[in-house]
Design a protein around this ligand. Structure first.
Ligand code: PMP
Length: 392
């Protein structure tokens, strides 16, 4: 397999090789990680609400683990559909005000499974260029035509909608908050275009579910367009601090997915302990508004400090704060320098982001204090100066 070595060398030379690095959680210190002996302030996780170490979730998971065992033993359509699934799905549909809900093993499987179940060869999917890879892969699996529109460019989308009027089924799909840029989709306009062109609309709330809207119902809820969304998807691995994903929609949609979504049908059900852990997290997400308030106040002050220091931080106002560096090697240097100073900050490079836009993707969590975030911002700005990334 010489070709593999050569290709990997090429990636390494271009500062594009990806490495798996070990780290440990710090149960007593949410918001930190341990790398070897070093304690790092974790500014790279998606544990937005700081729930991943929450005792109520852990206790619930432990209790179910002892009662139900470690694995579910089969797919949901065989014998893996344990009672916690049924309870959770009822609660999810009540939370979202939808007719029905369906839990998937993770967001990747939900997106790839839902899209490939909804559209096929004679259909078209309109998808934002910055949508998550699991959406892109779902479109590929479906064999529908992939009509990719420029990021948040509604004129481009409308031109594509006009061009594809003759297609059998049409689906517009978007991240609500884009994972690597932290900006929001033009959801109100998307809902309008969906009505005008008679398409289906699917929204991925992976980075907005639990964070926006009343009781954390998501950005569509906050913007009042929830009833326009045919397929509402979100994850439990980020703001919920657990693992898994949900799809909410009509009874017919869920019935269709149970029959057609291959990752649901042909893969083992999540262990029951995970499912009850999600339910415990849902109670906290619904009740603890203070976590959202704290998260947004930390994110706003962090973003504004970096912006004033001269960094390019994108246009969003979510807890995801990208610092665009551009060059792949420079971004790695930046990330390593921050690690030496006690900050976990991960470099994101192509192909995850477009060529020439390598960046550090900072993400905040309600587990951090003002002091920790302010100190971190100071260190980041000083390091940016030292490395010649900012001039001010
Ligand atoms: N959608 C988006 C927008 C994501 O960012 C991610 C994960 N990073 C996923 C889906 C996949 O979710 P999961 O990690 O649960 O597979």
């Amino acid at each position: 397999m010489d070709w593999m070595e050569k290709e990997l060398e090429r990636l390494n030379d271009a500062s594009l090789e990806r490495l798996l690095r070990g780290s440990a959680a710090t149960p007593q210190l949410p918001g930190y990680t341990l790398r070897g002996e070093r304690l790092l302030l974790n500014l790279a996780s998606n544990d937005y609400l700081g729930l991943a170490q929450h005792p109520a979730i852990i206790d619930q998971m432990r209790e179910t683990l002892l009662a139900e065992g470690s694995g579910s033993g089969a797919s949901r359509l065989v014998t893996g559909n344990r009672w916690p699934y049924i309870v959770l799905e009822e609660r999810l549909s009540r939370w979202q005000g939808s007719e029905a809900a369906l839990v998937f093993a993770n967001g990747y499987m939900a997106n790839s499974g839902v899209i490939s179940a909804l559209v096929g060869r004679n259909d078209v999917v309109f998808s934002d260029r910055f949508n998550h890879a699991s959406i892109v892969d779902g479109i590929g699996l479906s064999r529908a035509e992939h009509a990719r529109y420029r990021h948040n460019d509604m004129e481009h989308l409308e031109a594509l909608l006009n061009k594809h009027q003759d297609k059998r089924r049409k689906l517009i799909v978007t991240d609500a908050v884009f994972s690597m840029d932290g900006d929001a989709a033009s959801l109100v306009k998307l809902a309008e275009l969906k009505r005008k062109y008679g398409t289906m609309l699917m929204v991925d709330e992976a980075h907005s579910g639990g964070i926006y809207g009343e009781c954390g119902r998501g950005l569509c809820n906050e913007l009042g367009i929830q009833h326009e969304v045919d397929i509402h998807m979100g994850t439990f691995s980020k703001s919920f601090g657990v693992y898994g994903a949900y799809v909410c929609g009509s009874r017919t949609l869920i019935r269709w997915l149970v029959n057609k979504a291959r990752p649901l049908i042909y893969s083992t059900a999540l262990p029951p302990s995970i499912v009850t852990g999600i339910a415990a997290a849902l109670s906290l997400v619904e009740a603890e508004q203070w976590r959202r308030e704290r998260l947004f106040s930390l994110s706003a002050s962090f973003r504004s400090r970096l912006l004033h220091a001269g960094f390019k931080v994108g246009t969003g106002n979510s807890p995801i704060v990208p610092v665009i560096v551009g060059d792949n090697e420079a971004v790695l240097r930046f990330s390593k320098a921050l690690e030496r100073k006690g900050i976990e900050a991960v470099a994101i490079r192509p192909p995850t982001v477009p060529e020439g836009t390598a960046r550090i993707r900072f993400s905040l969590t309600a587990a951090h204090s003002d002091k920790e975030v302010n100190n971190a911002a100071e260190i980041i700005c000083a390091t940016g100066h030292q490395l010649g990334l900012i001039r001010r």
